[in-house]
Design a protein around this ligand. Structure first.
Ligand code: NAD
Length: 507
C-alpha cells in the first residue's frame, strides 16, 4: 500500500456499507444456504436464502403475467424504463463497482468498467427501442405486400457466471426489457450480493417509471439446481446461460427438448498471434492486459500465444519481466493490477495445469501462491515446446502458454485447433497477414481482432463465440433478435387471390 494512502476499510464492513448505500435490505434476504464470500480475504460477508424449486416456478409464473402486460406497452416507452435504469446506474456506479471489487475480486477500474458496460448497453437499448425494425420484402404477387414484424417473445431467463457478475445480466436484461420480455435472473452462487445490488438499483428506476407491471425483473438465488429449475420451466421462452462449457452441455439438451430459444455464452481458450512485423511495444501491452487482467478470469482471457520465431526471444524476455513485476494484491488498492482468484478450487486447477504443462516439457515462469489471506497468485508464463496437454483446455487462472511458429498458416491452424471458439487476435503490420487472419480461412472465432488483444470487447458489437463456446450472441449489432419472435406478414390489397408459385386452386 502507498504509505500516504488511507488504510482500506475491513472487507466485511466495506461490503455491508456498500450494500446499504445501494439500498439492499440484507436482513430480508438472510438465510442459511448461499454464503457470500469476498475473495479479497475469503471472509463470509452474509449468507442468503436459496430459492426453492416451488419459488422458481412462482417467479416464472409472475414474470409470465408481467409479460402479458409488458408486451402491450409500446417499445419506446419500454425503452424509457431502461433509460431511467441507465441514469440510476450512473448515480450508483461507484458503489456497484466497489461491490464488484469486493465480491468478484476485480481491481477498481475493472469493477467500475463493468458498471460502465451496463450504462453503455442501457443507452444502446434505449435507442434500439425505436429501431426494432422489420423488412419490407418484394412479393411476386400483384397487389400484395410482404413484411417482417418483430414481437415480444416471453420470459427471459438469465444464468450468469461469477466473473462478470453484473454486466452480463445487463447485456441480456436491457435488450430483453425493450424487446418486451420480463427477466428472471439466477446469478452465480459465488456472487449473490452484486445481483441484489443491481436489483435494488433497478427498483429505483421502476419507481420513477411509475406504471410498469410488477415482477419485470426478479432475482432467484442458489446453485446449479436452482438454475436447472429455471432452464426446465416451460414458460421460460428464451434462456441466456453464461458459464463453463460443462454447464452448457447440461443446459442445452434441456432447452432443445422443449424447443426453447437458447443463448449460450460458454468457455473460451483464446489465442493471439504475434507476427514479425508487429509493433512489439503495443503487442506487449495488449498481451499483458488480455492475459493477466481480471487475474486470468475472463472468458476472453488470452491463454495461448503464438510468436514468430524471429521475434520470440525479444518478446518473451519482455513478457517475463512484466510477469515478474506486475502488482498483485487487494483489488481496492490503487496500483493493484491482479486481484485474487475466486476460490481455492481455481488455484487447484491452476496448479494442476502447471504441473501437467511441466510434464509436457513446458518451462514455467511464475505461478507461485502469494502468502496472504484469500487466494492470490503470481501470473504464470509457460514456454511450451508445442501446443499440447493443458494448453488445449481452458484453465480459469492467469496462465499464458507460449509457442513459437515459423509459418502464419500453421499458426492460424494451431489457433483454431481447440474446442472453444470465442476470441482471437493478431499483432501484425502486414495487411496481407491481418486480412488473412480475419478472412473466411482465418480465425474461426466469434471475435477476431487486429492489433489489440482478444479481451475487452465493447457493447456495440455482437459478443459470443463458436464451437464449444456455444454459438450465442449478446449485446450489440442485431443480438436483440434473439429476444423477439419474427412474423412474416403477407397482405393482399387487390381483388384477386393469386397463389404463389403459379399454383391454381379454383373452387
Ligand atoms: P459455471 O459454469 O461454474 O457457472 C455458471 C453459472 O451456471 C452459475 O450461475 C451456475 O450456478 C450455473 N450452473 C452450473 N451448472 C448448471 C446447470 N446444470 N444448470 C443450470 N445452471 C447451472 O461457471 P463459472 O465458474 O461461474 O464461470 C467461469 C466460466 O464461465 C468460464 O468457463 C468462462 O469462460 C465462462 N464465461 C463465459 C462467458 C461468455 O460470454 N462466453 C462470459 C463469462 C464467463
Amino acid at each position: 500500500m502507498n504509505a500516504h494512502a488511507r488504510p482500506l476499510p475491513a472487507v466485511r464492513d466495506d461490503a455491508l456499507a456498500t450494500l446499504s448505500a445501494l439500498g439492499v435490505d440484507l436482513a430480508a434476504l438472510a438465510g442459511a444456504d448461499v454464503p457470500a464470500r469476498s475473495p479479497i480475504n475469503g471472509e463470509v460477508i452474509a449468507t442468503l436464502r436459496a430459492t426453492t424449486p416451488a419459488q422458481v416456478d412462482a417467479a416464472v409464473e409472475r414474470a409470465h403475467l408481467a409479460f402479458l402486460d409488458w408486451r402491450r406497452v409500446p417499445a419506446p416507452r419500454r425503452g424509457e424504463l431502461v433509460r431511467l435504469f441507465g441514469e440510476e446506474l450512473r448515480a450508483a456506479k461507484d458503489h456497484l463497482g466497489r461491490l464488484v471489487a469486493l465480491e468478484a475480486g476485480k481491481v477498481t477500474s475493472e469493477g467500475l468498467g463493468e458498471v460502465q458496460e451496463m450504462i453503455d448497453i442501457c443507452d444502446f437499448a434505449t435507442g434500439l427501442s425505436r429501431q426494432l425494425h422489420g423488412l419490407t420484402i418484394a412479393t411476386e404477387r400483384p397487389g400484395h405486400r410482404m413484411m417482417e414484424t418483430w414481437h415480444p417473445l416471453g420470459v427471459c431467463g438469465v444464468i450468469s457466471a461469477f466473473n462478470f457478475p453484473v454486466a452480463v445480466w445487463c447485456w441480456n436484461a436491457a435488450l430483453a426489457l425493450v424487446c418486451g420480455d420480463p427477466v428472471v435472473w439466477k446469478p452465480s452462487e459465488k456472487t449473490p450480493l452484486t445481483a441484489q445490488g443491481v436489483q435494488a438499483v433497478f427498483e429505483k428506476a421502476l419507481a420513477r417509471f411509475g406504471d410498469a407491471p410488477a415482477h419485470l425483473s426478479q432475482v432467484i438465488q442458489g446453485g446449479a439446481q436452482v438454475g436447472a429449475a429455471l432452464v426446465a420451466h416451460p414458460k421460460v421462452a428464451v434462456l441466456s446461460a453464461t458459464g463453463s462449457t460443462a454447464m452448457g452441455r447440461a443446459v442445452a439438451p434441456v432447452l432443445a427438448a422443449r424447443f426453447a430459444r437458447a443463448i449460450l455464452e460458454l468457455g473460451g481458450n483464446n489465442a493471439a498471434i504475434v507476427a514479425p512485423s508487429a509493433d512489439l511495444e503495443l503487442a506487449l501491452r495488449g498481451i499483458a492486459f488480455s492475459a493477466m487482467g481480471t487475474a486470468g478470469q475472463r472468458c476472453t482471457t488470452l491463454r495461448r500465444l503464438f510468436v514468430h520465431e524471429d521475434i520470440a526471444d525479444a518478446l518473451i524476455g519482455r513478457l517475463k519481466a512484466a510477469y515478474a513485476s506486475v502488482p498483485v494484491g487487494d483489488p481496492r488498492e490503487a496500483g493493484t493490477l491482479l486481484g485474487p482468484l475466486i476460490d481455492q478450487a481455481a488455484y487447484d486447477g491452476m496448479k494442476a495445469a502447471l504441473t501437467e504443462a511441466q510434464a509436457c516439457g513446458g518451462k514455467v515462469h511464475g505461478g507461485e501462491r502469494v502468502d496472504r489471506p484469500g487466494v492470490y497468485v503470481r501470473p504464470a508464463l509457460v514456454e511450451m515446446p508445442s501446443q499440447t496437454g493443458p494448453m488445449l483446455r481452458e484453465t480459469f487462472a492467469p496462465i499464458l502458454y507460449v509457442v513459437r511458429y515459423r509459418d502464419l498458416t500453421e499458426a492460424i491452424a494451431l489457433q483454431n485447433a481447440t474446442a472453444a471458439g470465442l476470441a482471437s487476435s493478431i499483432f501484425s503490420n502486414d495487411v496481407r497477414e491481418t486480412e488473412l487472419f480475419i478472412s473466411d480461412i482465418g480465425s474461426d472465432c466469434g471475435i477476431a481482432n487486429v492489433n489489440i488483444g482478444p479481451s475487452g470487447a465493447e457493447i456495440g458489437g455482437a459478443f459470443g463465440g463458436e464451437k464449444e463456446t456455444g454459438g450465442g450472441r449478446e449485446a450489440g449489432s442485431d443480438s436483440w433478435k434473439a429476444y423477439m419472435r419474427r412474423a412474416t406478414n403477407t397482405l393482399n390489397y387487390s381483388r384477386d387471390l393469386p397463389l404463389a408459385q403459379g399454383v391454381k386452386f379454383d373452387v
